[in-house]
Write a protein that binds this ligand. Structure first.
Ligand code: SF4
Length: 368
């Protein structure tokens, strides 16, 4: 593992500043505006070879400025504590933040490979909060409760540092790690602005997906702002009774409100919606569930990602969480078949990284 620079809190954090904010910072320290452009490019250049992790490597800056920046400003927001690799190539990163708190990030190669054997896509699953307040019963992160929101710099640095540990460029990003991204809307969207900025071009907007547990205000805000990124909704139940049991947020925003918000989003953006649906044995995997799922998803162009449940026994779950089990392979296939008969577009999400607790719903800083 490469050595990571130790984080020092009193310095000015530069990661997460928009070009105009970086220009303002340069003005404050008596530097011309083109220095801001040079620094921005060195932080976020599309070509990973151009990006650097320390000011000393910004060879186009005068030495005196490099030294001044090294003393007064901070380039990185995260310290890598541990990197684990699954037998399927998935990598899980444990990062320490400047306040000593920790988060996890996952890098997932697609199962589909190119002619040269390289994975077709490399997707990073990014965290947006330390822990999460929403208490979804199938999710390991919920056991941590909410500690705080991540800064824009901490969100960006998950991508930048993870890229350093992969020879293949990261092609896709999902806000689907620890936390509810809509509860940290401003910092998440500012990170999106930087990821997709024309002088950075780290990722195209259609390669970024925000996954929400269903915060109606956030969905409407994305619609009103005509956000160019994709939207996914964690549905997981087709009745309000069950969804409230599995995801308490459903008490505040029920299925009717969610459906209306998604329709509004589709009308405004013209962007199809992805539904995430984890299958739990005997809980949400019946033919009737498939029929209700079809009725919910047919209101606008959409697809359904069906996801196997990944047990979270390592968090010592209680109540309904304790009784959740993965659906059998036969029932899983039968459910998919039923949805396809009903003309629902279905994708099956794999269990990448299960052996290192990096699969969907398993992020909880488990001590390995
Ligand atoms: S599934 Fe998402 S929103 Fe729900 S508790 Fe886990 S991290 Fe939070």
């Amino acid at each position: 593992m490469k050595a990571q620079p130790t984080l020092i809190t009193e310095k000015k954090p530069l990661l997460g500043l928009l070009p105009e904010e970086l220009t303002e910072y340069c003005r404050e320290i008596g530097e011309p505006r083109y220095r801001a452009q040079q620094i921005f490019r060195r932080l976020y250049a599309a070509d990973a070879e151009v990006r650097v992790a320390e000011f000393a490597a910004m060879s186009e800056l005068p030495r005196a400025l490099r030294e001044k920046l090294t003393e007064t400003a901070q380039l990185r927001a995260l310290e890598l504590v541990r990197l684990q690799e699954s037998t399927d190539g998935t990598k899980k990163f444990l990062f320490r933040l400047v306040d000593g708190r920790e988060i996890e990030t996952v890098l997932i190669p697609s199962e589909i490979v190119e002619e040269n054997g390289e994975p077709k896509r490399l997707t990073i699953c990014v965290s947006t909060q330390v822990g999460c307040p929403l208490n979804c019963q199938f999710c390991a992160t919920a056991s941590l409760k909410l500690k705080r929101n991540l800064t824009t710099g901490e969100i960006l640095d998950q991508f930048l540092t993870a890229q350093q540990y992969s020879t293949k460029p990261i092609t896709n990003l999902v806000f689907m790690g620890m936390g509810e991204p809509m509860l940290n809307y401003d910092n998440v969207m500012k990170a999106v602005q930087i990821f997709t900025h024309e002088s950075a071009q780290l990722l195209g907007p259609r390669r970024i997906t925000l996954s929400t547990s269903g915060l109606v205000e956030g969905i409407k805000r994305m619609a009103d702002e005509n956000s160019p990124i994709k939207l996914a909704l964690s549905l997981h139940a087709t009745t309000d009774g069950l969804r409230t049991e599995l995801m308490p947020i459903n008490k505040k925003y029920n299925l009717q409100m969610l459906g209306n918000a998604l329709e509004y989003y589709y009308r405004k953006t013209g962007s199809p919606i992805t539904f995430e649906y984890i299958l739990f044995e005997g809980v949400n995997d019946s033919d009737e569930d498939a029929r209700r799922l079809q009725r919910i998803t047919r209101r606008f162009p959409s697809k359904v990602n069906v996801i196997p449940f990944h047990p979270i026994d390592f968090t010592n779950p209680e109540g309904i969480a304790k009784s959740l089990k993965p659906t059998s392979d036969a029932q899983f296939q039968s459910f998919i078949h039923r949805l396809r008969e009903l003309d629902v577009t279905v994708m099956i999400r794999s269990s990448s990284g299960k052996d290192i607790h990096a699969a969907c719903g398993q992020l909880a800083l488990a001590k390995e």
